[in-house]
Write a protein that binds this ligand. Structure first.
Ligand code: NAP
Length: 544
């Protein structure tokens, strides 16, 4: 099943009109179904691993000027670091180096902060309509360049090209959404309790915002934050994940073309100075807010580091999602949703299922049908046309997944499929795996696996399964399947999570508030609530 080899065939390119692409985007905008979109990728070119150098990558884009190996400070792409050091970026499908980025430090970060501070004084004064126009331009440019942006994601992240295209469209949807929401940043007129005063509350941008993003959505995790921050008038200094800076730099190039003014968006690339830069941004008196997506451990650290300057902190952290299948569920629908909610991006999304709780009366049939589906996956390079599931991001991820599987087997789990790694792979692959007879002594019961492993636990009653599902410090997303309407309300209300999928495994949307409770985070992204993270109310009392 594992096919790490890469095709060397090259297909000819052709262009598709923007209008046609927009139509297809409207029809296919539901990001979680991205893996079904393979046929809509236009003329993917396939690489041999040896040909995967930066020059080669560039030459395979319709617009090679989209990517530079650089940060972006005060409207300039900066290709060197003050230290003279660079860090490598790898293709996870074959482990080869594909680019080298400047390993920036505190000095460059400070320059970006100061440029953003200066730009804030004018950007925050622009009208909502002006900001909306720029965001809309940026959205249009992303859609025009979506094929290139998808390839860039696949090169550095590994996800299949169809999923990458889905991510590009999902990412763009935040610029479209916030371009619209910018114009609706309403304050409030408060009925005054006395005749001599009038009261109102207006909403203002908080200032310069530090943004730190992960590798699992190299494009969309940036746009989800940037869109909201820019819409309200904040300026930004962003640090992308060191595994995936190419998508960030391509987005910034399009932002420049869209007309984002000088200094408004900064990009600092680093690997070795990540900790120092993170601390510096948190402690800077010139930065008013931090928006972070990543692991809970790093989120907690950033929260602590931001305390002394009393920053507004927004955190999108790890999850440990439960997926409950009640005895009255439509099993086939539940299995289809399980495939999506567990194995999308090879299990590397924060809302991926970590624990399957299936009623004991249907556990075996659910496990069997899930096994059948999983065995049809095609694992390989994301650049191959029929790949459904790509590699993991790096060696450490493979090791973590392997250790979770071994731990479960050692504690009595039964292997339904997967679990056996090919010895002849150069990339970071782990076979999609289904385990059953799981119990609470296993690491998967409490730790986020972040990989392609479905572990099936069984339960008897609704109360029991709610207790099991909620018995975690995480609370990002949860899913359940049932045809009983009363139960649907009860369980949706009682799951301790920020997002619930009822009879669905696809919940992400730019129009809905994304975020967690407990140690899965603070704040919401997307939706109208996404603007809250970047604004503060100012109360004005006017005597008359
Ligand atoms: P991570 O290690 O926390 O890294 C995320 C980002 O934080 C990267 O840019 C990383 O930079 C940076 N970083 C690491 N240590 C830092 C420090 N001490 N100070 C400042 N920045 C630091 O997380 P990951 O392993 O890349 O991502 C996976 C995790 O993200 C999972 O737990 C997943 O659930 C979570 N996630 C959550 C959401 C959500 O919306 N809730 C979405 C996606 C992912 P370097 O790359 O340079 O190390």
């Amino acid at each position: 099943m594992l096919r790490p080899g890469l095709l060397t065939k090259r297909l000819s390119t052709s262009t598709t009109s923007l209008a046609a692409r927009r139509t297809s985007q409207a029809a296919l905008s539901n990001f979680p179904r991205a893996s079904l979109l393979l046929s809509s990728i236009q003329n993917p070119r396939f690489l041999s691993s040896a040909a995967n150098s930066f020059a080669n990558i560039k030459s395979q884009l319709n617009d090679p000027t989209l990517i530079t190996t650089a940060g972006f400070i005060d409207n300039e792409f900066i290709t060197t670091s003050n230290s003279g050091k660079h860090f490598p970026v790898y293709d996870p499908a074959n482990g080869t180096e594909i680019a080298r980025f400047p390993d920036m430090g505190i000095e460059e970060t400070d320059r970006a902060i100061q440029a953003a501070k200066q730009a804030f004084s004018s950007w925050s004064k622009t009208t909502a309509k002006e900001r909306s126009t720029i965001l809309r331009n940026w959205y249009n440019l992303i859609i025009e360049n979506e094929q290139d942006l998808a390839k860039i994601i696949t090169w550095e992240n590994g996800k299949p090209l169809a999923d990458a295209l889905g991510e590009v469209r999902y990412g763009a949807s935040f610029f479209e959404w916030f371009a619209e929401e910018a114009k609706r940043l309403y304050g409030e007129v408060i009925p005054s309790p006395n005749r001599q005063q009038r009261m109102l509350a207006i909403r203002q941008p908080i200032g310069v915002v530090g943004i730190i993003t992960p590798w699992n959505f190299p494009n969309a995790m940036i746009t989800r934050k940037l869109g909201a921050a820019l819409a309200v008038g904040c300026t930004v200094v962003a640090k992308p994940a060191s595994e995936t800076p190419l998508s960030a730099v391509a987005l910034y190039e399009l932002g420049r073309r869209a007309g984002v003014p000088k200094g408004v968006i900064g990009l600092v690339t680093t690997h070795h100075n990540t900790k120092a830069i993170g601390k510096h941004i948190c402690e800077s008196q010139d930065v008013s807010g931090i928006s972070f997506t990543g692991s809970t451990a790093v989120g907690k650290l950033l929260l602590k580091q931001s305390a002394d300057t009393v920053k507004k902190v927004s955190l999108e952290l790890g999850g440990n999602a439960a997926f409950i299948v009640f005895e009255d569920a439509d099993i086939d629908k539940a299995v289809d949703a399980a495939v999506l909610a567990k194995f999308r991006s090879s299990g590397q999304t924060c809302i991926c299922v970590n624990r399957f709780y299936v009623h004991s009366s249907i556990k075996d049939v659910f496990g069997e049908r899930l096994r059948e589906k999983v065995e049809k996956f095609r694992v390989g390079s994301g650049m191959e046309a029929n790949t459904t599931h790509g590699p993991l991001i790096n060696k450490a991820s493979v090791e973590k997944v392997r250790s979770h599987v071994h731990d479960a087997l050692n504690h009595g789990a039964k292997l339904l499929t997967g679990g056996k790694e090919s010895e002849n792979t150069h990339g970071y692959f782990y076979p999609p795996t289904v385990l059953t007879d799981m119990n609470n002594n296993m690491r998967i019961a409490t730790e986020e696996t972040f990989g392609p492993v479905a572990g099936i636990f069984s339960f008897e009653t609704e109360d029991e399964v709610l207790e099991l599902a909620n018995n975690t410090r995480f609370g990002l997303s949860g899913y359940f399947f049932s045809k009983d309407v009363s139960r649907c309300w009860r369980v949706a209300e009682n799951l301790q999570v920020g997002m619930v999928g009822v009879n669905t495994g696809a919940i992400s949307s730019e129009v809905a508030p994304f975020g967690g409770v407990k140690e899965s985070g603070i704040g919401r992204e997307g939706a109208r609530q996404g603007l809250d993270e970047y604004t503060q109310y100012k109360y004005i009392n006017m005597a008359i």
